[in-house]
Design a binder for this molecule. Structure first.
Ligand code: IPE
Ligand code: IPE
Ligand code: MG
Length: 254
């Protein structure tokens, strides 16, 4: 009998945090002669499947890039459709999140979201806040440059207010001012749909992430595709600037 993909994953060496750029909804739909929103609609099914798969694996953090700061510049009809889909999905999914002990978090400039979406989100955050399993982080109206500028501005204000000494600013300080301050950096970043770029996603946090690209369009991405990415990740040697020999020695000692 052929070993299933999930059995090939070493559960003791899971990445703590996986971040995904869910790309290709529009092309998936266009290839089927459908409207781009049809693709986004089907993309939600992949979100459900991957969130469920991540919780089953016992992953600690999953960040999903759902809407970028730059995506506001898309045609108004698409943006409005995405916002409605977002609200509707959140409303429907909260009971499932609670059932699976999943806590929802949001990163991004949520003030840009329409009021009805902000309210729905706030409620979902509150209703899942007691959960202790998977942390599901939705990046909404998020971009890394927005986040970094924001962090620098806030640090500047705290320096001015005398709360921090500029000479003491280090990597930990900056980390605390990012929207991801409570989360470890992603160890694996997956992008679907064959684009080999980061598109303003977690530029600082991905410094040492392993990058995994697949041609699969997001609406076709399922648990098995996630398992494949994790297996690929587990086959890599993460060196963090050191030599391969040093890493091998450290692994032997551990
Ligand atoms: C990703 O799919 C979803 C969002 C950016 C909201 P796209 O809508 O970017 O799909 P493509 O890249 O045009 O195929
Ligand atoms: C990145 O995808 C943003 C999300 C998946 C939410 P885009 O489709 O917007 O990125 P580009 O435009 O191809 O770089
Ligand atoms: Mg795209």
């Amino acid at each position: 009998m052929q070993e299933s993909l999930i059995d090939r994953i070493d559960k003791g060496r899971l990445p703590r945090h996986i971040a995904i750029i869910m790309d290709g909804n529009g092309r998936w739909a266009e290839e089927k002669g459908q409207d781009r929103l049809y693709g986004h609609f089907h993309g939600v099914e992949s979100v459900r499947n991957i969130v469920e798969g991540s919780a089953e694996l016992g992953l600690e953090y999953l960040t999903l890039y759902a809407f970028s700061t730059e995506n506001w510049d898309r045609p108004q009809q698409e943006v409005e459709g995405l916002m409605s889909l977002l609200v509707e999905t959140i409303r429907k999914e909260v009971p499932t999140l609670n059932k699976n002990n999943i806590r929802l978090h949001v990163i991004g400039d949520t003030n840009m979201l329409p009021k009805f979406a902000q309210d729905e989100l706030a409620e979902a955050l509150e209703m899942t806040s007691h959960n202790t399993g998977l942390n599901l982080i939705m990046a909404l109206s998020y971009s890394s440059r927005w986040e970094l500028v924001n962090a620098v501005r806030n640090i500047g204000m705290d320096v001015k207010a005398g709360k921090i000494d500029p000479a003491s600013i280090n990597q930990d300080t900056l980390q605390q001012y990012l929207t991801t301050s409570k989360f470890p950096d992603p160890e694996l970043m997956i992008r679907t749909s064959g684009e080999y770029r980061i598109s303003n996603f977690l530029l600082y946090q991905l410094a040492y992430a392993e990058l995994y690209f697949t041609n699969t369009r997001w609406p076709d991405f399922r648990k098995d595709n996630l398992y494949e990415a994790i297996i690929d990740f587990q086959g890599r040697e993460r060196r963090f600037g050191k030599t391969g020999q040093q890493i091998q020695e450290e692994t032997q000692l551990a």
